[in-house]
Structure formats: structure tokens, C-alpha cells
Write a protein that binds this ligand. Structure first.
Ligand code: MG
Length: 194
């Protein structure tokens, strides 16, 4: 069913079991509930922003040591990798934490370092900047590419860059806006469609 040559994945909650409690992180950082964390920090004076980035990096590094792979992720990535598919990670986490998470889950061999894009090198999702950067690195076009994620921001980034989109929602709840090309409840369900 799938003919995409390029697969771009969100990391936390998509390839891994979601463990980030973003409300608790907001409390820790003193960011009002309901605000996007990275965007709220970026609006602060630079010395305060730098401190909060350091703290956020610490929190996420601690979380990275507890992450577990999502059921089906290993099979999915192995299958795609074996078939020579381009694989990328686009995360709002930082690259170091993303690499640690990938290592802990046994996924390191599937992703080349330059294809793991974190918040220090791209404008964070929902901005499509990271998708554009990966497509440029691969010399690829959006119509042979799919963005996979568990958050509306992942879908928005893909849609804005013109890729196909696959939305993972364990409850099977679709989005009101930014409707994905495919809605699945789990990576296991996705695997069955190959
Ligand atoms: Mg996610």
C-alpha cells in the first residue's frame, strides 16, 4: 500500500511510549498552562530563556533515560530500513536527547545523525522548516514523503510542506482540522497495511 520513499517521524509518543507530562514541565519552568513551551521560552529575555532551555534539556535528558519503544516500532523501522527508505526524525526535543532516546530504544542504526533534526537546528513544528531541510538533504520531493506523528503539530508541519500525513491516536480520534491522509490507533495497525 505504501510507496513513500521518505518517512519522517516524530519521536516522543510516536516511536516511543509517551511519557512527557507537558503540564508538569510547564509548572517546573513557570510557563502558563495552555502555552506551547518552546514558543513561550522564545518570547522571554535571552538570559531567562537560556536558563529555561537548560532546565528543559535537563528534564528531557532525565526522561530520555526512561523511554521505551512503542509496540511495532522496531518491526516498522526494520522493514523500512531494509527496503532502502530514507528515514528521518523531526522532534521538538533537542538532538542529543533524541539520539539518547533512539539509542535506548535500539533504533540508532536506522537513522543517520544528519537526519535527526531537533529544536536547535530547525524552527520547531508546526513550522515545516524541518521537513523542508530533510527533503533538501535527500534531494526528495514532498509527494513521495510521509510525516508520521501523534500530535496536530506533526500533521501541520507535514501538510504545510506538502507531504502526506499519518496520524497516530490510540483512541482513534481524528483531528478537527488538518485531517491526515491516514488515521491509525497504533504502529501495529500501520504494519498490517504493508
Ligand atoms: Mg509526539
Amino acid at each position: 500500500m505504501f510507496t513513500y520513499k521518505n518517512w519522517i517521524f516524530d519521536l516522543d509518543g510516536t516511536l516511543t511510549v509517551a511519557i512527557h507530562d507537558f503540564d508538569a514541565i510547564r509548572d517546573d519552568l513557570g510557563i502558563p498552562q495552555g502555552k506551547r513551551i518552546l514558543e513561550a521560552i522564545s518570547e522571554m529575555p535571552s538570559d531567562q530563556a537560556q536558563l529555561l532551555h537548560q532546565r528543559l534539556d535537563e528534564i528531557e535528558m532525565e526522561l530520555a533515560s526512561h523511554t521505551k519503544p512503542q509496540d511495532g516500532a522496531m518491526e516498522l523501522l526494520s522493514h523500512l530500513h531494509k527496503n532502502g527508505t530514507n528515514l528521518g526524525i523531526l522532534t521538538r526535543n533537542n538532538k542529543k536527547n533524541a539520539q539518547k532516546t533512539l539509542f535506548n530504544c535500539g533504533f540508532s542504526d536506522f537513522f543517520e545523525a544528519e537526519h535527526i533534526l531537533g529544536r536547535e537546528s530547525v524552527t520547531p513544528k508546526p513550522d515545516p522548516d524541518g521537513v523542508h531541510q530533510l527533503l533538501e538533504l535527500w534531494g526528495a520531493s514532498p509527494n513521495e514523503t510521509v510525516m508520521v506523528g501523534d500530535h496536530p503539530m506533526d500533521m501541520e508541519a507535514g501538510l504545510q510542506a506538502g507531504t502526506s500525513t499519518i496520524f497516530i491516536n490510540p483512541k482513534g480520534e481524528n483531528l478537527k482540522h488538518e485531517k491526515p491522509d491516514l488515521l491509525i490507533k497504533s504502529l501495529g495497525e500501520l504494519l498490517m497495511l504493508f
